[in-house]
Design a protein around this ligand. Structure first.
Ligand code: ADP
Ligand code: ZN
Ligand code: ZN
Length: 702
């Protein structure tokens, strides 16, 4: 007796290999079983998708290869997981195998059954408490009224919940209590908590461990993110898959983890762009979370559900709109814990500041005053390095990257010119490479320079203990070494540092208690960017940054958010001043509606990488030509191919073509019909020099 399992293996969407491959097996294999199968000369990991008792038509036994073996001791991936993967593959136009295998820990491929058995044994149960109290006390404090109301409403909500809670309103405590309740209700319940970047908020992990390890056992909380070693990832994944982990804390990749007991999914800071993957299958983990909650709920008994909670002080306009329409339930927590006020907005009109001032004198004076009182300040700017360009004023030479259409950034600390796109790094030349002029100078400014200037400007300012003011910097450069982020966060928490300069990294999620002043010194680029989402991102960034100030209620009344701008009359600032996200969202949504932009219209991008810009665009335009007459062609608009803003990176030319449709369904069906055409168009003569193409559905940046 033989069986014919169809197995999905890791094949990129464009390899031409079908959704699954048929193999032969002596034993029937349950769908979801993990197997090793031969593929060409290699042996690869695969997931059984289906298993037939008769060979598929046209296939003989001799034409199929046998399954090499199955991964023993692992329960099959369940049907809900497979449905999620299938949906993600279809929706984001990728192959089933690519999505399925990317969701598994890479180390699973290399493990023998003996090694696997050892791993599984090592993870044997550690003292689980069967009686988890439902809990209603926050770290020894009582819940605020708003927290309690939100939790009561959560208990009843059937739809996904949008938890619209101000910065410092205590959203984390709501997540913790909702988690506790979900775990108390079912002995095998699991909870998935997603955060944009786990490293930035070590406090969150600490709080979950502190709360749940005593209740559920030492191995109950695991993390899942790309910063982990392959062994750690495997270990977390196994714990989640076997049900030993009750709580998985992770970044966007965690949305595809196998969680057989899933009852609650929390997406913290749901507006954060990092939930959208920018490579491979370009999925939105937030959107998949909502889909996953629905699939899990459908499989449960009537009245039971897998709840989805999306939390933010500045929700995405997509989620906000869904709540307006009643698809999501909006729960608001406008008040900060302790009743503290949100910081007052102070706009600095740069038209009235001394010429060339990077930091306005009144801002420096305000910071000096705060430091003198033992309070802390944050200074935000979105550029790391010392200066974005180095230039020769004699001949016009600029620090262009040889491989990209971008300038290399001047890093003064190690005296390098570094390309932030391809990584190309060189020592700073002593003289202009073109004309020999010795006077080459930085243009514009980055975090290194602002740190240096602030240290100079605040040199005479004293802290209450009499010591000099201390300025530090936190960005991708200062936190590159393992452990350095934790150290820097600790110096901030302990009060060693008075002023922290940094990129948006410092604006996110931190609960620094002594910050009373936050300043954004070059926000204007977000006001007039061509990207229609730029205002949304700027508003969120400034609200989040402001949210770092005055978290200690005793000091909140005097806390301030300073914004340096050349356009103080811009309407975005009017809403920001009132901390009025709803007003901002309403005006933005009205603009989107009149322009047919998301969430009212739907978009996809076809991107092409090629040796020449001409080839990239020619491929895209040829693919658009070949789309004429496809199903739903009438319902979509295809725009001409254009180069990306940074059109060349690492000597690869990049172009894209926008597809728009009024209906998501029409767009989806058109893209499905277009996929084979995209593959065929690769062999057109125009496409010579094409390296790859990719479809990005619901792109965040167009
Ligand atoms: P958010 O995520 O909404 O910005 P947090 O969850 O970080 O807010 O909460 C802000 C602060 O308030 C934290 O230090 C937290 O420990 C504290 N907190 C939360 N809930 C309560 C409560 N009910 N009573 C007292 N303190 C609380
Ligand atoms: Zn020169
Ligand atoms: Zn480069």
């Amino acid at each position: 007796m033989a069986f014919w399992p169809s197995v999905v293996v890791a094949t990129p969407a464009h390899s031409g290999v079908g959704a699954s491959l048929t193999y032969r097996s002596e034993l029937p294999l349950a769908p979801g079983t993990l197997v090793r199968v031969p593929l060409g000369a290699r042996e690869v990991l695969g997931v059984v998708w289906d298993c037939l008792a008769t060979p598929p038509e046209g296939l003989t036994e001799a034409q199929t290869k046998a399954v090499t073996g199955m991964l023993q001791g692992l329960p099959p991936l369940n049907e809900r997981w497979r449905q999620l993967v299938k949906f993600a593959a279809q929706y984001y136009q990728r192959s089933l195998g690519e999505v399925a295998l990317a969701a598994l820990p890479p180390q699973l491929r290399d493990l023998s059954n003996v090694q696997l058995a050892r791993r599984l044994k090592r993870r044997s149960k550690t003292g689980v408490d069967e009686h988890i109290p439902a809990g209603n006390v926050a770290d020894g404090h009582d819940l605020s009224d708003e927290q309690r109301q939100a939790l009561d409403a959560l208990a009843l909500a059937a739809a996904p919940v949008l938890l619209f809670g101000a910065t410092g309103s205590g959203k984390t405590e709501v997540y913790l209590q909702a988690t506790q309740r979900a775990l108390a209700e079912h002995a095998d319940a699991q909870v998935l908590v997603m955060v944009p970047e786990i490293n930035l908020t070590p406090q969150l992990e600490a709080r979950f461990r502190e709360r749940f390890e005593p209740l559920c056992g030492a191995g109950a909380v695991v993390c899942l993110h790309s910063g982990m070693t392959p062994a750690q990832r495997l270990s977390s994944w196994l714990a989640a898959h076997t049900g030993q982990a009750r709580i998985v804390l992770g970044t966007r990749m965690a949305v595809l983890a196998s969680l057989p007991g899933l009852r609650l999914i929390v997406v913290d800071e749901e507006h954060d762009p990092s939930y959208k993957s920018q490579e491979g299958a370009r999925y939105s983990a937030r959107d998949l979370a909502v889909y996953r909650g629905k699939v899990e709920t459908e499989a449960l008994a009537a009245g039971e559900r897998c709840q989805v909670v999306l939390g933010s002080a500045t929700p995405s306009l997509e989620s906000w709109h869904a709540a307006d329409q009643g698809r999501y339930l909006r729960l608001a927590m406008p008040a900060r814990i302790g009743g503290g006020a949100l910081p007052r907005l102070r706009l600095v009109d740069m038209n009235h500041q001394p010429k060339g001032a990077v930091l306005a004198p009144p801002l420096i004076a305000a910071m000096a005053e705060r430091i003198g009182r033992g309070e802390q300040c944050l200074v935000l700017l979105n550029r790391r390095g010392y200066a974005p360009v180095l230039a020769c004023h004699d001949c016009g030479w600029k620090s262009q990257c040889a491989h990209c259409s971008a300038f290399r950034v001047f890093h003064k600390l190690d005296r390098t010119l570094r390309c932030h796109h391809c990584g190309f790094t060189e020592r700073v030349p002593r003289a202009c490479p073109d004309c020999g002029n010795l006077d080459i100078a930085p243009v514009g400014r980055g975090t290194e320079q602002v740190e240096e200037q602030l240290a100079g400007l605040l040199a005479d300012v004293k802290r209450p203990d009499g010591g000099p003011a201390r300025v530090a910097r936190m960005d991708a450069d200062s936190t590159r070494l393992k452990g350095s982020l934790e150290v820097q966060l600790a110096t901030m928490h302990s009060g060693e540092v008075d002023v922290l300069v940094g990129t948006q990294m410092i604006a996110k999620g931190h609960d620094f208690r002594r910050i009373t002043l936050v300043a954004s010194i070059n926000a204007d680029s977000g006001l007039f960017a061509s990207d229609y989402r730029a205002p949304e991102r700027l508003f969120a960034l400034l609200m989040q940054a402001a949210g770092r100030a005055g978290r200690d209620a005793a000091q909140s009344a005097a806390s301030e958010m300073w914004v340096q701008t050349w356009y103080p009359q811009h309407p975005l600032f009017a809403s920001l001043k009132q901390h009025d996200f709803p007003a901002f969202a309403t005006t933005q949504l009205a603009e989107r509606l009149s322009a047919g932009m998301p969430p009212y219209g739907h978009q996809a991008l076809l991107r092409a990488d090629a040796r020449t810009q001409q080839a990239a665009q020619a491929y895209l335009n040829a693919a658009a030509q070949a789309a004429v007459g496809l199903p739903h062609f009438e319902d979509v608009t295809l725009y001409p191919a254009v180069p990306l803003t940074i059109q060349r990176v690492a000597n690869v030319e990049r172009a894209q073509l926008l597809v728009e449709a009024a209906s998501r369904g029409a767009l989806q069906r058109f893209l499905a019909a277009w996929q084979p055409v995209l593959l065929e168009s690769r062999s057109l003569p125009e496409a010579r020099g094409l390296i790859r193409f990719a479809v990005d559905v619901d792109p965040l940046v167009i």
